[in-house]
Design a protein around this ligand. Structure first.
Ligand SMILES: [Zn+2]
Length: 250
């Protein structure tokens, strides 16, 4: 809170963004939370819902890439000023599975990167995920690719270079141990953790390091995809310390 000056400085921001959440605020206002490239999670208020609807048209949709502008005065909630459509991914709406996974990717971005500040890598991964879902790529594969990289750049690892205790790298089976942020060989784990094959460990490791240009190159068998599906979303929830709403239906 500033003392002395009558009003704080008004700062204007623009950024590519995805709408993550919308809710009513009081009688007329709407609270709109975006995941933006320039400033991470931004919660804005859209003054007077019906006026906003007129002003922003039908553009305040999920699953579309927006360009938004907002103003901020220190100590106050940012105010949404303008919205324009940059790219639409309408085909996501054609299949329920795509919608559920698009919701999952949005929730992941907001939860894994809750701090403000520029988020170009995370934003571009989210954008790539939306584009891939819209193009009809398998939602599970898009989810694995996106969440493994989100975790990695969010600082959650996990460390998959070998057994966390003895360093063994050639076991056929490992145990994934969320609390250790990695895997242990069967003898070190002594029955705890979730059983995971060497192939699944290697695939996860490859997904972590894959850059955008390597996209689509990695062939994941159904067996390994199933193993990763059983382990990674749970690890995400472990890291965040909460259950994700969007995972309920997946
Ligand atoms: Zn070991």
């Amino acid at each position: 809170m500033s003392r002395g000056s009558a009003a704080g400085k008004r700062v204007f921001h623009v950024s590519p963004a995805f709408l993550a959440r919308a809710s009513d605020m009081g009688e007329a206002d709407r609270r709109l939370t975006f995941f933006t490239r320039a400033a991470g999670v931004v919660s804005t208020v859209a003054k007077s819902a019906w006026k906003s609807r007129k002003r922003f048209g039908g553009m305040l949709q999920r699953y579309v890439l927006l360009d938004i502008a907002w103003t901020e005065i220190q100590g106050k909630m940012p105010v949404l000023e303008s919205v324009s459509l940059s790219a639409s991914f309408w085909s996501i709406l054609e299949e329920w599975d795509r919608v559920r996974y698009a919701d999952y990717l949005l929730e992941l971005a907001v939860e894994i990167f809750p701090q403000g500040g520029p988020k170009p890598k995370a934003f571009d991964l989210l954008l790539d995920g939306m584009r891939s879902l819209s193009a009809g790529e398998s939602p599970e594969k898009v989810a694995r690719r996106t969440e493994t990289r989100f975790l990695s750049i969010g600082g959650w690892g996990p460390d998959l270079s070998g057994c966390r205790k003895c360093g063994k790298t050639d076991g056929m089976w490992y145990r994934f141990m969320p609390s250790n942020g990695g895997v242990m060989c069967e003898s070190c784990a002594a029955g705890s953790g979730v059983r995971i094959s060497l192939g699944a460990v290697k695939t996860w490791k490859a997904l972590q390091g894959q850059n955008a240009h390597g996209r689509g190159r990695l062939q994941v068998s159904d067996g390994i995809a199933g193993e990763l599906q059983a382990v990674i979303p749970k690890y995400v929830e472990y890291c965040l310390g909460k259950t994700l709403r969007s995972l309920q239906g997946i």
